[in-house]
Design a binder for this molecule. Sequence first.
Ligand SMILES: Nc1ncnc2c1ncn2[C@@H]1O[C@H](COP(=O)(O)OP(=O)(O)OP(=O)(O)O)[C@@H](O)[C@H]1O
Ligand SMILES: [Mg+2]
Length: 207
Amino acid sequence: MTGQLITLEGGEGVGKTTNLAFIERYFDDRGIPLLKTREPGGTPLGENIRELLLQGDAMDLKAELLLVFAARAQHVAAVIRPALSVGTWVLSDRFTDASYAYQGGGRGLSLEMIETLERWVQDMLQPDLTLLLDLPVETGMARAKDRGRPDRFESEQLDFFERVRAAYVGRAKAYPQRFRRIDASQALETVQAQIKSHLDAFLERQG
Ligand SMILES: Nc1ncnc2c1ncn2[C@@H]1O[C@H](COP(=O)(O)OP(=O)(O)OP(=O)(O)O)[C@@H](O)[C@H]1O
Ligand SMILES: [Mg+2]
């Protein structure tokens, strides 16, 4: 059996990284080999690109989009496809839905261009399951704010993050087959109980 690609999405401070560890344990307990990774990043080249994306310097929006997809091309070719092909499951802290949300919704770049890059870089590769942690923007920002100097995205204004959130929710509605939206304003244990039930149902479907 080839591995499955699971992605964790959502805006700033919704709890992606916190729940990544929970999901990793879930698969570990069931003896399913899982590779945990993140975007932008996941490879040495990708992590260097991540640094460029997050540092404070002004950046042309098209340059930003191309850097995100450059990192993703390396990630898909060097990490994700090789893992899936040997039956390892992949769990990524963000993937292409984040480009639609941040560069599409947030920055207002053309969705057609994002689709073109997606097809070019990924061919038919799509996540098998996407967990969207959804939360009012102010709550996420309050949770994320104790982390020192804000990066280039964290420095954006509220309306930017409102557009990011709306784009994520729109994608969840457009692709109900693979998306599961979770109310991330709930207590962590409630969020994790819901993640667990989605994973149980997903595993059930794999047979
Ligand atoms: N359900 C929850 N209730 C309260 N606090 C939470 C919950 N989930 C996560 N947190 C806390 O919120 C903060 C941000 O969580 P985390 O870093 O996992 O978010 P993130 O989505 O990875 O953020 P970023 O987008 O900035 O990477 C952490 O301090 C975490 O402990
Ligand atoms: Mg995180």
